[in-house]
Write a protein that binds this ligand. Structure first.
Ligand SMILES: C[S@@+](CC[C@H](N)C(=O)[O-])C[C@H]1O[C@@H](n2cnc3c(N)ncnc32)[C@H](O)[C@@H]1O
Length: 404
């Protein structure tokens, strides 16, 4: 049995004591007691609690791995997320002014991936415990939009019908303006009869669309999202920002960062989260590796009224970044890569003359690495902003502006 003092909070939300020993769900300054194995105190008893400690508001917190820091005050969590970004930048020798953070409200999460497992009687749908295959039902989750919570019995019904007791279904559910949009993976491949019964079931369940392993099985009406002045129907399971308020905050940050640029390249453009609102005042060239997402963007743009021209290009920006000579025609670039960052594209941007770059990232470490490349190429990091759309989790989303 050891007695330890927590000195800092790690990137995954664990308290860390000297050693290092990782102690889940503890806070800096706390004195804890328990057995240590493999550098971890799995079941700490809190001897001296931090004054930042609160009672976790969610009844699922003990067993659900979706949230990591519900036991700390909100201001503390926001400061911690900003510090994660600050430290990632300082590890690359970078300092930058921080804009006031955005924090998405509770119950605003509009899309989520649940795991579903068939049981002897019925089914269990929910989130995994941390680093575990144990599932927890989350009917009182504080993050999810009420429409997602209301859909949990429907997901259980589907899992009881089509799931298995050996494997899990992944149920990606998104709230669209035409109703719920469900994309399922991991089950047995649907044959003809299963197609028919699932199609019928989706209608009865009131889904706008049901896709299975990427194939649309039923579509009562095309699910759509209003992005700027356009209505976009994304391909099943496609990326969208996790909450509407965070999407709006990121769009505002990006619009501010590109200023009055007349011709903008939107790199890693997805279905047009940034391209479509920016097209109200600028011409856009949107590049993305997923052709179906670009098709959705293009179809939305064609039906919208009063937007400037958007052209699209399907391209792998890791292997085939836009080169400095081709970047020369743009007045600004928006870049929003996946977690891995945009190493090759950052190198090309660093050698370009593009006056302004709006960067969005879900990974402070890869962002800071790319930022260093840009700064070495002559850019200045004008500001960064944390956009907390993953409340209580260790994820940090951010926006930033670079200028020459
Ligand atoms: C974080 S999402 C951003 C999408 C969009 N900007 C938005 O906010 O909705 C990253 C996007 O990069 C795309 N992507 C992933 N790898 C890529 C690659 N190698 N080249 C181009 N695009 C890629 C993904 O398909 C995804 O749409």
């Amino acid at each position: 049995m050891a007695t330890l003092t927590i000195t800092r909070l790690g990137h995954q939300g664990d308290g860390i004591a000297e050693g290092p020993v990782f102690v889940p769900r503890t806070l800096p300054g706390e004195v804890v007691e328990g057995d240590v194995a493999d550098g971890r105190m799995a079941a700490p008893r809190i001897i001296t609690p931090s004054d930042q400690r609160i009672k976790a508001p969610c009844p699922h917190y003990r067993t659900c791995g979706g949230c990591a820091v519900q036991h700390a005050r909100e201001d503390f969590v926001t400061d911690w997320k900003q510090d994660i970004l600050r430290h990632a930048l300082s590890a690359q020798g970078i300092e930058a002014p921080f804009r006031a953070p955005h924090i998405s409200p509770l119950h605003s999460r509009r899309r989520a991936s649940f795991a579903g497992r068939r049981l002897r009687n019925g089914a269990l749908v929910g989130f995994h415990a941390r680093a575990s295959d144990v599932l927890t039902a989350v009917p009182d989750c504080m993050i999810l939009h009420p429409a997602l919570i209301a859909a949990l019995p429907m997901l259980e019904e589907l899992t009881a019908r089509e799931g298995s007791r050996k494997g899990e279904l992944t149920l990606s559910l998104t709230i669209s303006e035409a109703g719920l949009d469900l994309a399922v993976t991991g089950g047995k491949a649907p044959d003809g009869p299963m197609h028919a019964t699932l199609g019928q079931w989706a209608g009865q369940a009131g889904l706008a669309r049901l896709a299975w392993d990427g194939e649309v099985i039923a579509q009562e009406q095309p699910p759509f999202h209003t992005i700027g002045r356009a209505r976009v129907t994304p391909p099943p399971g496609a990326f969208l920002q996790a909450t509407k308020p965070a999407e709006a905050a990121l769009q505002a940050a990006v619009a501010d960062a590109v200023g009055d640029a007349g011709y903008i390249a939107d790199l890693f453009a997805g279905c047009g989260t940034f391209a479509l609102p920016l097209a109200e005042r600028a011409e856009i060239h949107a590049i993305e590796s997923d052709g179906a997402m670009l098709h959705a963007l293009d179809a939305g743009w064609r039906q919208a009224v009063g937007l400037k021209r958007i052209t699209t290009q399907t391209r792998d920006l890791f292997r085939n970044p836009v080169l400095p000579e081709d970047l020369a025609r743009f007045d600004a670039v928006v870049i929003d890569p996946p977690r891995a960052g945009a190493d090759a594209q950052a190198q090309a941007l660093a050698n370009s003359r593009v006056p302004a770059i709006a960067a969005v990232s879900c990974n402070p470490v890869s962002f800071a690495r790319d930022a260093k490349v840009l700064i070495q190429g002559g850019y200045r990091l004008n500001w960064v902003q944390v956009v907390d759309q993953f409340r209580f989790s260790p994820h940090v989303e951010l926006a930033a502006q670079f200028v020459r």
